[in-house]
Write a protein that binds this ligand. Structure first.
Ligand code: CS2
Length: 490
């Protein structure tokens, strides 16, 4: 049996970028596959180019599924790059310490307060920002959020941990950047807003509020790399390629993109020498990514699930899916924003086509379809409102909404493909309660759209609700292809 991967056992020539020194300069929350294949890799490459004390102190949220194997192999792991032409493996060695936040929240707070740390980055997913879907503000009435306000309590939410860490850091006054690496529009501004809302609700002092206002930056950024879940086959492939066993490898596509606002109050790695773009047009980059890639991804996923397609490439290979998605990009998404300077929409879409087609990725439609109640908020309402306020109905955005409902809150009498049971949907019970007793599909849809799951502004748009109801009726009566055909004919 092959030897285990470890710092003393990195196969020659396989290191990606540089190993981090022992001193850590970054605290990271969320040790999932995305961070390990994205921010960590760009940081390793930046240190190879320009050095720096940018080792990462990483915390997983609540599970030791990644932390236990990482610790057992000196926090070193491999990336399995899956291209259309085959696979390559390389090793990342930038995490100098890892732990589980829920097991030791005080350690997270202390790490954020430690002046040696100059960046607090986070990949906590859309769900981790604990916002109210209807208002976009911190959900003050959620029990986990409210529990974190109690002075002296150990914070459980990401926002609570960051706020408590910054509160403590205000004593030293050392500047720091809090860097969201999640798929949220204006992710830095959103993070600042929820942290400040938390501090105000928790009765933080004026000194703390002024420290956060003046010495803590929250750069906006756009992140992009498709990173599926790890399977046993990925681990076996890594063992073949590297000759060592890795218990927590990360499969990823070749493509990686990171565009950042250059606003790091405590300094930063030389990421510009590691493939990262610094730009003043972040909002435009975010629109491109969140709408054309993520919004389309959701549509591919839900149409695919309803048609029994387990992976994104299997769904994307179906004509009705491609037609709906390409129609959505051209008609529903592209008109809604001004892209960054020099953006070439045709080239971007053909690159998306190649990425979604890649059969080696095996990206599960149910992974992309998970957390829809939170992800769709970034992908549908603003773009839909753009059209609805001009008197037109965005049919593919309505189709995505109808397909999501069909998967996670199906109307009575309709049973979606069994794949849909693998969608992790945090609002499933609340959705079921909202539609309990609905007798017609329009009533079912109205209860969801006006039930606090979407922003109030979208809930008021009767034309949208009506179109979602039509399409959900078609899905349940004649199947998902019939609904897509109706949209194509509209
Ligand atoms: C996907 C994203 O799961 C999802 O919702 O749309 O994780 C997507 O793969 C990444 O944002 C790509 O950068």
């Amino acid at each position: 049996m092959a030897q285990s991967l470890g710092r003393k056992n990195v196969p020659a020539g396989s290191l990606i970028g540089a190993s981090a020194p022992d001193r850590t300069g970054i605290v990271h929350l969320g040790l999932g596959n995305f961070h390990r294949a994205h921010g960590a890799v760009h940081t390793a490459q930046a240190m190879a180019a320009a050095g720096g004390d940018w080792g990462i102190r990483g915390f997983a949220h609540s599970s030791d599924r990644v932390v236990a194997p990482m610790r057992a192999q000196d926090n070193v792991y491999s990336i399995l790059q899956l291209t259309e032409h085959g696979a390559r493996a390389g090793v990342v060695d930038v995490h100098r310490d890892t732990g589980v936040a829920a097991q030791d929240p005080a350690a997270v707070v202390a790490a954020i307060a430690d002046p040696a740390h100059r960046i607090v980055s986070l990949t906590v997913s859309e769900v981790g920002y604990t916002r109210d879907p209807a208002t976009g503000r911190l959900a003050l009435d959620r029990s986990d959020v409210a529990a974190d306000f109690v002075a002296g309590s150990a914070p459980r939410t990401a926002v609570g941990m960051i706020a408590r860490g910054l509160e403590r850091r205000a004593h030293s006054g050392e500047p720091v950047a809090v860097l969201s690496c999640d798929n949220l529009q204006s992710n830095g501004d959103v993070t600042r807003a929820v942290v400040e809302e938390f501090l105000q609700a928790a009765g933080a002092s004026d000194d703390v509020l002024s420290f956060v206002a003046t010495s803590v930056s929250f750069p906006n950024g756009m992140v992009d790399r498709i990173v599926p879940k790890t399977t046993d086959e990925h681990a076996a492939r890594v063992a073949d390629l590297l000759g060592v066993t890795d218990r927590c490898p990360v499969p990823a596509e070749d493509f990686s993109m990171w565009v950042l606002e250059d606003d790091f109050a405590g300094g930063r790695p030389a990421w510009e020498q590691a493939g990262v773009t610094f730009s003043t047009e972040i909002e435009a980059y975010e629109m491109v990514k969140l709408r054309l890639l993520n919004g389309s991804h959701s549509l591919i996923a839900y149409l695919g699930i309803l048609a029994g397609a387990p992976t994104i490439d299997a769904a994307w290979s179906q004509d009705f899916v491609r037609e709906a998605v390409l129609g959505g990009i051209a008609g529903d998404y592209l008109p809604t924003f001004t892209p960054p300077t020099g953006f070439d929409a045709d080239a971007y879409v053909s690159e998306l086509d190649a990425r979604w087609r890649n059969p080696l990725i095996g990206h599960a439609t149910t992974q992309v379809g998970s957390d829809g109640s939170v992800k769709l908020l970034q992908r549908i309402p603003d773009a839909a409102l753009f059209h609805l306020r001009r008197g037109t109905v965005p049919h593919r955005l309505a189709l995505c909404t109808a397909a999501w409902i069909a998967c996670v809150a199906p109307p009575a009498g309709f049973t979606p493909d069994p794949l849909s049971s693998r969608i992790a949907e945090p609002a499933r019970e609340r959705l079921a309660a909202a539609v309990d007793g609905a007798v017609t599909v329009p009533d079912h849809v109205r209860r969801i759209l006006t039930g606090g799951f979407f922003p109030d502004a979208l809930a008021e748009q009767d034309d949208f609700t009506a179109r979602v109801a039509d399409l959900l009726t078609l899905i349940t009566r004649d199947g998902v292809r019939a609904a897509a055909a109706d949209v194509a004919a509209a």
